[in-house]
Design a protein around this ligand. Structure first.
Ligand SMILES: [Zn+2]
Length: 296
């Protein structure tokens, strides 16, 4: 029996896969992000992306070999020192829950209602768990046993980088149930982090999303390599246009903008940071469109 799977990967590659392998169907047809899949399935999916398959027999053996290399590569690139990795492996085996989870990965999971205690928290991610080189992983992240969570939390918080950076750090290497809320709590109760909380900046893009392309534009001037450039961004498509300027006068800016408008049409609205070029009278005359400044 063949299942027909239409799947869109996060890189927006869509194609058809014919397979009668049931677990594979569920893993490939789900819209899960690559890093949420067990390590070997990640490699498999990356591999699949190289084939544009309508009907094809997959070279499973080849995939398995490539998978070993991929797993090694991911484990090597974890931002965790070798000693820490060894300690995590050891602590996982000493931890009743992690040890049990490793067993489930190797021998299969019991039905949900038979799970007891802390193990229940892992049910939701059971399909993402795997054991590689003796390490329990969720996707490509190390599952940290209870005994090491405080220590890892401390490491993630080093440097007081705030919640976003801490979450990024965690996402690249470690996981346990509740890690995000524990990080949040730690940072909210840290006097240094709260002092360094950034002042919210004005959003780059307007809150009302335009209904069509080239309706609302943003514009700014910038310098690069000693030269001046004009940047025009369409808020709808986020498409940027960059042209070089011979000087930064209003006249030059208008001249170059006219050329852009000649190609794409005249927008309803142009937003700028209200620099002198945009504020000048010449520009105001030129602007048949409504010019808005961010600080209005
Ligand atoms: Zn802090």
């Amino acid at each position: 029996m063949a299942f027909h799977v239409e799947t869109a990967f996060h890189v927006e590659t869509a194609f058809h896969v014919e397979t009668d392998h049931k677990p594979l169907v569920s893993l490939l047809s789900s819209n899960r992000r690559l890093e949420e899949l067990p390590l070997r399935v990640q490699r498999f999916r990356l591999r699949l992306m190289q084939y544009l398959i309508e009907e094809s027999t997959l070279l499973l053996q080849e995939v398995a070999i490539a998978s070993d290399e991929y797993v090694d590569h991911i484990l090597d690139s974890l931002p965790v020192q070798t000693e820490t990795l060894a300690k995590i492996r050891e602590q996982q085996d000493a931890d009743e829950t992690s040890y049990q989870l490793k067993q489930f990965c190797r021998k299969g999971w019991p039905p949900k209602h038979k799970l007891k205690g802390d193990i229940k928290k892992f049910w939701a991610v059971s399909s993402e768990l795997s054991v590689e080189e003796g390490l329990l992983l969720r996707g490509s992240r190390l599952v940290i046993p209870t005994s090491m969570q405080a220590e890892i939390l401390h490491k993630l918080h080093l440097g007081h980088l705030g919640i976003t950076k801490c979450r990024e750090r965690a996402r690249s290497a470690v996981w346990w149930p509740g890690i995000t809320s524990q990080l949040q709590y730690k940072i909210e109760h840290c006097s240094i982090c709260s002092k360094q909380r950034p002042i919210p900046v004005e959003p780059l893009f307007p809150t009302v999303f335009p209904s069509r392309p080239w309706q609302t534009l943003g514009t700014d001037l910038f310098e690069w390599g000693g030269r001046s450039f004009l940047l025009v961004v369409d808020y709808y498509s986020r498409n940027p246009e960059v042209v070089s300027l011979t000087n930064t006068s209003s006249k030059e800016v208008i001249y170059k903008m006219k050329a852009i408008f000649a190609r794409h049409g005249i927008p309803d609205e142009v937003r700028s940071d209200n620099g002198p070029q945009y504020a000048s009278e010449i520009f105001a005359k030129f602007a048949r469109v409504r010019l808005c400044a961010h600080n209005e």
